[in-house]
Design a protein around this ligand. Structure first.
Ligand SMILES: *[C@@H]1O[C@H](CO)[C@@H](O)[C@H](O)[C@H]1NC(C)=O
Ligand SMILES: *[C@@H]1O[C@H](CO)[C@@H](O)[C@H](O)[C@H]1NC(C)=O
Ligand SMILES: *[C@@H]1O[C@H](CO)[C@@H](O)[C@H](O)[C@H]1NC(C)=O
Ligand SMILES: [Ca+2]
Length: 142
């Protein structure tokens, strides 16, 4: 009986530790609620999130005048609030660190607001790097 415990712990802890680093094949399921929203398709999102965060939900990029959080690199400038910018407009009405966990529900709600207000142009990588050759971003399981 005793020898099961370490194995069980590894089995429980390992996926949790791994959870921040997503893969091309996990994203279609995770991002299905945003597929097609404002005409932005799944492969475009997979490409864009790869270039801005490397599919890592814990990505934090510190620019001179703003900090961007998570898979979608949501900025503290006006979308969320953090210690550096407590007076942020905080349009998504949340603390920025909520965009670093592996529950993407709130991230996607905020991304939809960004699309509504600012459009896909918020993510400059999209136009620069994700306008064509999108087949490569599809998950191929064979
Ligand atoms: C989305 O694409 C369809 C078909 O290409 C088009 O008719 C529609 O106006 C587009 N919607 C938006 C919000 O761009
Ligand atoms: C960031 O700050 C550095 C040093 O203050 C400055 O040289 C640089 O031009 C700034 N970059 C941007 C994008 O504002
Ligand atoms: C913002 O979130 C707080 C608590 O999470 C909630 O009480 C409040 O109603 C929200 N405000 C808006 C404008 O959605
Ligand atoms: Ca989240």
């Amino acid at each position: 009986m005793m020898s099961y415990l370490p194995l069980l712990l590894v089995g429980i802890l390992f996926p949790v530790i791994q959870a921040s680093q997503l893969t091309k094949c996990e994203l279609p399921q995770k991002l299905k609620d945003i597929d097609g929203y404002r005409n932005v398709t799944l492969p475009e999102w997979i490409c864009t999130t790869f270039h801005i965060s490397g599919f890592d939900t814990q990505t934090i990029v510190n620019n001179n005048d703003s900090i961007e959080y998570g898979l979608f690199q949501i900025s503290n400038k006006c979308w969320c609030r953090d210690d550096q910018n407590p007076l942020s407009k905080n349009i998504c009405n949340t603390t920025c660190n909520k965009f670093l966990d592996d529950d993407l529900t709130d991230d996607i709600m905020c991304v939809k607001k960004i699309l509504d207000i600012e459009g896909i142009g918020y993510w400059s990588a999209h136009k620069a790097l994700c306008s064509d050759k999108l087949e490569q971003w599809l998950c191929k399981t064979s």
